[in-house]
Every structure is written in structure tokens, then in C-alpha cells.
Design a protein around this ligand. Sequence first.
Ligand code: ATP
Ligand code: MG
Length: 264
Amino acid sequence: MRTIAITNQKGGVAKTTTAVNLGACLAEHGKRVLLVDLDPQANLTSWLGFGKEEDYKSVYDVLVNETPMAEVLRAFTIDTLWVAPSVVELAGVERLLANEAGRDSVLKRKLDGLTEGYDYILFDCPPSLGVITINALTAAREVFIPVETKILALNGLVTLTHTIQAVRDRLNPALEITGIIACMYDGRTNLSREVLDKLRGRFGGKVFNTVIRENVRLAECPISELPIHLYAPGSAGAKDYESLAVEVIGSEKTDTGADADKDQ
Ligand SMILES: Nc1ncnc2c1ncn2[C@@H]1O[C@H](COP(=O)(O)OP(=O)(O)OP(=O)(O)O)[C@@H](O)[C@H]1O
Ligand SMILES: [Mg+2]
């Protein structure tokens, strides 16, 4: 069992694109995958065709009301893929939880007893380092950081690694950055190559070998309400996320967090 927060406080770096398509590819490999949409923008929810009803149960109810996580889960058409949908009201959670004791571990508590049912739980985080992201970092064992390789923004990564360190010290000693994902890569530009070199220089083997190329099919994909491998099989985006999934599965054995969980 692996719990992975897909996070980067910078907006638009492909967190949601990665959660949806990595999650779907893992599920196609037979892995039982739960995608938890923690962003009030609810992009992951709508991408997979959920959240159209006037009123539906969401992670808002889980975090703020007494609703158990199991009650909000929705099954996607891929057999082993489930979604915990978000809703715009989730934006209010930051304020509602602000003064509560134990506010950083609400999500972790709500997942108790549920985690055994999955091989992967992926948290799609909002573009901020607020209470919701801290909840994801407290509930997860691993962090994947998608990085946009079209701009050099390594300062933001320093802030993020400090936040992760603070969560590790205070709330979740087992938390580890296990993957940096180079996204929106354009090999024709010096800049993309330079950013990738810098990432590999700074984070070494934590950077996945798979690079997600810039691909217009990925940008079109959400409207289809399908993951990329169903919307545009054979596209660069489908190939890259499949390759990433294979790499992620390959790291199961060597990942100490995953092994420790299996032994429990
Ligand atoms: N490899 C890619 N090639 C082309 N477009 C991409 C690629 N990856 C993501 N995009 C596009 O970039 C935009 C941002 O992606 P996405 O929504 O996944 O980022 P995000 O980090 O989740 O954003 P936010 O911080 O707002 O939650 C979207 O329009 C998406 O379609
Ligand atoms: Mg997003």
C-alpha cells in the first residue's frame, strides 16, 4: 500500500494531469487505486465525469462533517479506480479548521481502516501550502512533485522541501519525497533541457527517468472525461504516463515505505 501526495504549491504544473493519468495507468495494471481530489477547483473530479449533480457527498463532508470517507467514494469505469470527489465549498475548509486542535491530521484519521483496500492512494493537492495540503502531507508516506520544465522555478521547490521537512519533524516522520516528475517537457528548447539538468543535479535519483512531454492531447483530454490512454491511445501523453506508471510500479520493491506497509 502506498499513499502519495502529488503536490507543488505552484499552480498549473500538472498535478491534476499526473494524478488522473498516473492513477488510471496504475489501475490498468490491476492496481487498486483511490484518487482523492483535495482541490476546491475540483478539476480531477470533473475530468473523470463526477460532480455534476446539484448536491453530492465530497471530501468537504469528510473533512468538516462526520461523513466517513467510504460514503463519498465513486467508482470510475476502469474496474480498480475510485475517486473521492471535491467540491468548490472545500475552499472554506482552511478557515473552518483553522482553530481546531488536530486540524492537520483530519484526513489521516478519516482514512483509518480504509487504506488496506487499495494499492495506491493518490492525493491531488491544491496549489497552496495551506491546511489541506498539510493534511495530505500528514496522511501520506510519499510525495511526488510534478515540475513544469518550461520555466526555471527552483526557488518554489526550496520552499516546498522546507514545508515537507517541517511536516516530517512535527507530524509525520515517515514522509519522504520519492519522486520528482519533469512535466511539459519540450526537448527542442534549451530551457526544458536546462531545467531537467538542474532538477537531476539537485534531486539526483529522485527524478523519474520518465519525462512527460508537452502534448496537446493531454491539454484537450479533460473535456473528454477520460484519462489520456482512453482518449488518445498512442499519443505521447498516453505513452509517457504509461511509462511513468511502469517506473512507479518498479519502485514498489525498493521503496522502504511500501515494504514497511506490506509487512504490517
Ligand atoms: N504534458 C502536458 N502537455 C500539455 N499540456 C499539459 C501537460 N500537462 C498539463 N497540461 C496542461 O497544463 C494545465 C495545468 O495542468 P494541471 O491542471 O494538471 O496542473 P495543476 O498543477 O493541477 O494546476 P492547479 O495548480 O491549478 O491545480 C492544464 O491546462 C493541462 O491541460
Ligand atoms: Mg490541479
